[in-house]
Design a protein around this ligand. Structure first.
Ligand code: UFG
Length: 334
């Protein structure tokens, strides 16, 4: 199989940058397209990058031609659930329209391999756990809807046109590359693990737990925290799968283990050796009580296995990064 050139949209973001590192590490050429609205120039691993948006179809077509791109990994998206409720237009424009223009550019340039960053947010409130890929898609917020719409777009395009895709439904991306140069950073930060670790560093005073009255083992929400490098590994396997003639498909990426918010706080206390002050808050609108993946399909078809299978080992990598973050990131997003 020949190594070819991959366009990585959103390659300066948390998940995209980790995937770029793995692509380059395995000998692929990775060209990043990022508008730096939420990405960071300090997270650019590839020397080859273009500042721009997928909404700019003419620009995207030019990049596909200039760099002789044969596959696209599409990470660029807005990804705040709360913001998507307040400003759905931004989400439909960037996530749906941006993807439509990207796919249209690919079609016109004859690029037909696509790997999509989807989300467990497409499922909504589960009927049963663990979630398998055939579970109905009933998202409970506009963010989840935009991902669901794109999945439908991909299914329709693959029937009508020459498009082969893999859609990867991430559960809760967490942790950092142990190398220390990459890690999680959002501005503003809303994700649980970095917020807890920022209490440990003293950057924040406490962590508010969004609801302690859920029907779960300790009353707090359950999530499946999956290490960022295991997500990256799934992308590389998906790319090889498509290059080897694999048919379009959808896969969950998760550890198949659910952890409550309290368990995450305890793991962070253990790893950091600091006590974390916890404040009980209201439920956050749009939060499903529990989301846990079945990863049976991706294991079986892509031969993917997670390297990080316990929460503490994931938190250890996140903690190593959190202590370096302000040195690595000299700027803020935007
Ligand atoms: N949580 C708190 N306090 C906080 C932050 C989070 O209790 O200050 C809880 C949440 O209620 C949730 C869990 O911690 O139960 C994890 O919350 P995150 O915000 O870290 O992540 P989400 O589970 O909301 O992730 C969702 C989707 C992803 C999507 C992501 C977008 O599941 O697919 O939002 O940012 F990508």
């Amino acid at each position: 199989m020949s190594m070819s050139n991959v366009l990585v949209t959103g390659g300066a973001g948390y998940i995209g940058s980790h995937c770029v590192r793995q692509l380059l590490g395995q000998g692929w050429r990775a060209v990043v397209l990022d508008d730096f609205s939420t990405g960071f120039k300090d997270l650019l691993i590839s020397d080859e990058w273009v500042e721009g948006s997928t909404l700019d179809k003419r620009r995207v077509k030019q990049i596909l031609r200039d760099y002789d791109i044969s596959a696209v990994m599409h990470f660029a998206a807005c990804a705040y659930v709360g913001e998507s409720v307040e400003n759905p237009e931004k989400y439909y424009e960037n996530n749906v329209q941006g993807t439509l223009r990207l796919l249209s550019a690919m079609r016109e340039e004859g690029v037909n391999q696509f790997i999509f960053s989807s989300s467990c947010a497409t499922y909504g409130v589960p009927n049963q756990l663990p979630l398998t890929e055939d579970h109905p898609l009933n998202p409970v917020n506009p963010y989840g809807f935009t991902k669901r719409v794109v999945e439908q777009m991909l299914a329709d395009f693959s029937v009508a046109y020459d498009l082969n895709y893999v859609s990867l439904r991430y559960f809760n991306a967490a942790g950092a590359d142990p190398g220390g140069q990459l890690g999680e950073c959002h501005d503003p930060e809303t994700h649980l693990i970095p917020l807890i670790l920022q209490v440990a560093t003293g950057e924040r005073e406490n962590i508010t737990v969004f609801g302690t009255d859920y029907d779960t083992k300790d009353g707090t929400c359950v999530r499946d925290y999956i290490h960022i490098n295991d997500i990256g590994k799934a992308h590389l396997l998906a790319l090889k799968y498509l290059q080897g003639g694999g048919t379009s498909d959808v896969f969950n990426i998760g550890t198949e283990v659910g952890n409550t918010v309290r368990e995450v706080i305890l793991a962070c206390e253990k790893v950091t050796g600091k006590s974390i002050t916890m404040v009980v808050g209201e439920r956050r609108p749009g939060d499903p009580p529990a989301l846990v993946a079945s990863a049976e399909k991706i294991r079986r078809i892509l031969k993917w296995e997670p390297e990080y299978t316990d929460l503490e080992s994931i938190v250890e990598t996140a903690w190593a990064w959190e202590q370096k973050r302000t040195q690595v990131l000299s700027e803020t997003a935007g």
